[in-house]
Design a protein around this ligand. Sequence first.
Ligand code: ASP
Ligand code: SER
Ligand code: ZN
Length: 610
Amino acid sequence: MKRLTTHITTVAALLASLAGAGAAHGAIAAKRMAPPTVAEAEKFVAEAEALLTKLDLDSARNGWVYNTFITDDTEASVAQADEQRLSAAGELALKARRFNALKLPQATARKLKLLQLSLMLSDAGERASYTRLAAGMSGAYGKGKYCPKLADGSTLPCMALGELEKVLAENRDPARLKEVWLGWHAVSPAYKQHYADYVALSNKGAREMGFADTGALWRSGYDMPPEAFAAEMERLWQQVKPLYVALHTYTRHKLRQTYGPAVVPADGPVPAHLFGNMWSQSWDNLYPILKPASNKDDDDLGRALVANKTGPVEMTRYAERFYTSLGMEALPPTFWSRSLLTKPQDREVVCHASAWDMDGKGDVRIKMCITPTDEDFKTIHHELGHTYYQLAYRKQSELFRNGANDGFHEAIGDTVALSITPDYLKQIGLRTDAPAGSDDVPLLLERALGKVAFLPFAYLVDKWRWDVYSGKTKPADYDTAWWALREQYQGVARPAPLAAGGFDAGAKYHVAADTPYARYFLATMLQFQFHRALCREAGYVGPLSRCSVYGNKKAGAKLQAMLAMGASKPWQEALQAISGEDNIDGGALIEYFAPLKVWLDEQNKLMSSK
Ligand code: ASP
Ligand code: SER
Ligand code: ZN
């Protein structure tokens, strides 16, 4: 993820000096004021941006310290900094309304619109509770542990999420997988009530700003009406669903062969603990079980990284070298001195990977507990995609220092990671041999386990939250609604009956940390569109899965030009700039996987006739 910097903060005195100030709550006061002028609007925006730049830094610093050193004190500090930021955000958002009817230059109008995509909690006590709850939940997630109890009452050493994920990735004993799965899902009930209270406050803030609820606020960030955005998500899902269903069907057969019919049913949802991942959201770790029998290639990136004793810094250097090969700048020295790349042993941190833009001027960092695995190798390329976006748009002004939309931000590094092909790995010495070009199925299957398997999960996380925020799903129904969606879209089931007072959605980082998730669904579509466009730019012809733009300055320049736009234009224009397309579309993804779809359909037919 990219850390959410929904610009803002307050210092009441500074705020009071802003144009249009004088009354805290705009709507009524504004009516009494003289009609605003274009000059006033521009002055207001300039002053707001200057204020936000200053206050964002404070919030980012407190957030960084908290996320890399979770204590009661750092929790209180970040909550306080975020409260200040929220307070300013709300006031600026309300004041910005005063200029809505004016005919303004495009950039100013866009900035005023962006300013209004914010919560407004006018009650200071509620604001403080809101930011305390938020900080508390992400800290509780970060510190979460499963402490196995033996039958005799003694306990084994507690396990953090990273260790539990490793078991799910590597172990093939279904009882052990289930134990570990349930162990992690026993962490989140402790903050279920906090989450419910937080949702209520968040909605209150969204409503004060005139949104129906926080879900509607989230759906309003895409240069289209919120209802149109929800319809877009559904359209995209329908487009890629047949591919997912084919992959799920094939995977079920293989899991049945591995675990037997008593564990994996012939139809209906498949138990969620068997996919090699805590949320069954990507199935990369099932590759050894799923790969075609004829495939003899056992060159494995994870094994090469371990054999070479590739440390976290060197892993990150590999990713940096990809970006510089495209013509991008080297990461600044402060990136290396200030990032957290290794899990510290002496304190609690939030290990979930994230990329931070501290000051909008080049103090960029990542925070990630890097291990030498295939998955982390890709995730570093993902995080540096955020970093290079942040570096590219640092010449924009404050409100435009952001992605064209949040899906773009999530898509950049994944686009680059699509260029991690066997040939590329051979070129950089992480593979001894690249398989012949004739059979692309193994490669495509491996990719599909990361990308296609992810689609329904990426869609349903916010489908669940939209209903939570709208009030359709009440706290008592959190788990029922969550599992209805997981069965319907992913085709997976809870490995045990629902727990009383359970909060399974809260076992996912982005729910505990209240980070929107639709962005990952969009990013999965966009990265194939970007990849196809960059490969074309590089003059590549051939299957998209074999294309790597490594070292191609022409493709790099095309990408960089879009990154440098930041959020200054509607995302449709940014998409045009890189791809000539003006719509997010699953077509490129479907084209990429087309040979795999044919193969999966054949396999599924064979297996069902057995
Ligand atoms: N980049 C991921 C995300 O955006 C982080 C991860 O996969 O660990 O949440
Ligand atoms: N990074 C996101 C997650 O961890 C999407 O892959 O869920
Ligand atoms: Zn990300």
